[in-house]
Design a protein around this ligand. Structure first.
Ligand code: NAD
Length: 494
């Protein structure tokens, strides 16, 4: 049961080579170089992308700066709000086309992507509301004489957005939404593994009325185009989502002009299942907290900590649930799980499975690549390890694949200590029917986000962020706009 790509998606994918999108136009790489992007469901070439470098980034930044200083700066908050509302309507109409492009580009099944539509539309409405609620303050002061003081919020200028491959269609709107709401302009650098939905959205934004140069896209490799954007002297801010290691390189590259950064980095989240948990919810919740998107989610609850008295029952039910998951090509409507994004990611995940075995974890399910009809794609079986201890590498390092580790614990203090014994601090959950137990864990675990008896809700009104080596700067909530606005203090003798 394959969803046939729509005519528009087919026409977009059939372009011989996808170019950068700069100043409202598709332009080739200055170097003339291209790179290949692969459909991870088949292992075959899907499209060619412009291989951008410093010259392309420079051209895009100049376009973004011109747009920032131009007519865009005269748009009123109502105008920017109406623009975002129009974009939301177009995304709603074009969503099926966009998810087909995304599915073929990065491997997430269409069923999963289809379910992400409300989240995308909510995000766009959130930023439409932000556009009309940017405000400063009128402040009292102790200055002798008649001096009036206030603060204003002003757009920072050109924002560089560096985007990962694990969900670019929705993920890019954390940047685009805030850029349009604030009056900034942007140069986006999507991942070389999954750039197509970002390129298609740039064209759609243009159709919706976003002025040329306000949102530009440069494709290419991280070490070339990504590095050039992070290092560019005329880029004011970087919003980056990706691995902690890349985050560190971006911090280093961005020091020359003291860019402020918003960094959403890696995770190794703990999902704590207490003896009094409702296993009817906890089992699928914990399983999909890892297996969703084939484990390629930064806040995946990859360490499932289970109270020892229920480990056997939990494990049995978890394995039964795992056996019901259907793995298939991304356009197969019935698939729950697709492939991982690339050959490199497949190799990385399989090597971690070997490491888990070698370190003495017990392989309870999966552990290999799928063969038969799916042998050409990058499919990994949903994998469950039992008897894992927190010193094992599979419990410490981010695998970014469908690998779940069960770690038994005796009491709550031990569970909290294990959860905190990680360099990351992104997400986490507790499953318990006791409010006081749940709140003890919520207070005890050092992470940016905690879920109680659920996993993975994210609402822009509430926000989502990391602590420790998972980054800084909130996504969502009013604090999101801090990356895109600066505060100007004004003293007036009238
Ligand atoms: P990655 O760090 O390899 O790449 C992310 C982006 O950075 C890509 O566009 C890439 O081209 C670019 N890049 C790579 N090297 C660069 C450099 N030296 N300078 C500038 N840019 C560079 O990450 P990925 O493999 O695409 O995504 C997976 C990682 O992202 C995981 O670690 C995951 O946890 C993290 N992630 C975090 C969140 C979050 O919200 N915290 C969300 C999604 C993904």
């Amino acid at each position: 049961q394959h969803a046939a790509p729509s005519e528009q998606a087919r026409a977009f994918l059939a372009r011989a080579a996808h170019q950068h999108f700069i100043d409202g136009e598709s332009v080739p790489a200055a170097s003339g170089q291209t790179l290949t992007t692969i459909d991870p469901s088949t292992g075959e070439e899907l499209a060619r992308l412009a291989a951008g470098d410093r010259a392309d980034v420079d051209r895009a930044v100049r376009a973004a700066r011109r747009a920032f200083n131009g007519q865009w700066s005269t748009w009123t908050p109502y105008g920017r709000q109406a623009l975002l509302t129009r974009i939301g309507q177009i995304l709603d109409e074009r969503f099926e086309e966009l998810i087909q492009i995304e599915a073929m580009d990065m491997g997430a099944p269409v069923s999963r992507l289809r379910g992400s539509k409300p989240a995308l539309l909510k995000m766009v409405s959130f930023f439409a509301a932000q556009a009309a609620s940017i405000s400063g303050e009128t402040l009292m002061n102790g200055i002798p004489g008649d001096v009036t003081t206030m603060t204003l919020k002003a757009p920072v200028g050109v924002v560089g957005g560096i985007i990962p491959w694990n969900g670019p269609l929705n993920g890019q709107f954390w940047i685009i939404g805030a850029v349009l709401a604030s009056g900034c302009t942007a140069v986006l650098k999507p991942s070389e593994e999954a750039s197509l939905s970002v390129l298609r959205v740039a064209e759609i934004l243009c159709e919706a009325g976003v002025p040329a140069g306000v949102v530009n896209v440069v494709t290419g490799r991280g070490q070339d185009a990504g590095h050039a954007l992070a290092a560019h002297p005329d880029v004011d801010r970087i919003a980056f989502t990706g691995s902690t290691q890349t985050g560190r390189s971006i911090i280093e590259a961005s020091t020359a002009n003291i860019k402020k950064l918003q960094l959403e980095l890696g995770g190794k989240s703990a999902d704590i299942v207490c003896a009094d948990a409702d296993l009817g919810k906890a089992v699928p919740g914990a399983a999909m907290g890892v297996f969703a998107n084939s484990g390629q989610i930064c806040f995946a609850g990859t360490r499932v900590l289970v109270q020892r008295s229920i480990v056997d029952e939990f494990t049995e039910r978890l394995l039964a649930f795992t056996d019901t998951l259907r793995i298939g090509p991304s356009l197969d409507d019935t698939a729950n799980l697709g492939p991982v994004v690339s050959q490199a990611q497949l190799d990385k995940v399989l090597s971690y499975i070997d490491v888990g075995r070698a370190d003495g974890a017990e392989l309870l399910r999966g552990g290999g690549r799928l063969d038969g009809e799916l042998a050409g794609g990058y499919f990994v079986q949903p994998t469950v390890f039992g008897g894992v201890t927190n010193d094992m590498r599979i419990a410490r390092e981010e695998i970014f694949g469908p690998v779940l580790s069960i770690l038994p614990f005796d009491d709550l203090d031990e569970a909290i200590a294990i959860a905190n014994d990680s360099e990351y601090g992104l997400g986490g959950a507790v499953w318990s029917q006791s409010l006081s137990t749940a709140l003890r864990v919520v207070h005890g675990v050092h992470t940016g986000t905690m879920w109680v008896n659920c996993y993975g809700h994210i609402d822009p009104l509430v926000g989502f962020g990391g602590t420790k080596m998972s980054g800084y700067g909130s996504k969502g909530s009013a604090a999101h706009m801090d990356t895109y606005l600066y505060t100007k203090s004004v003293y007036m003798e009238l």
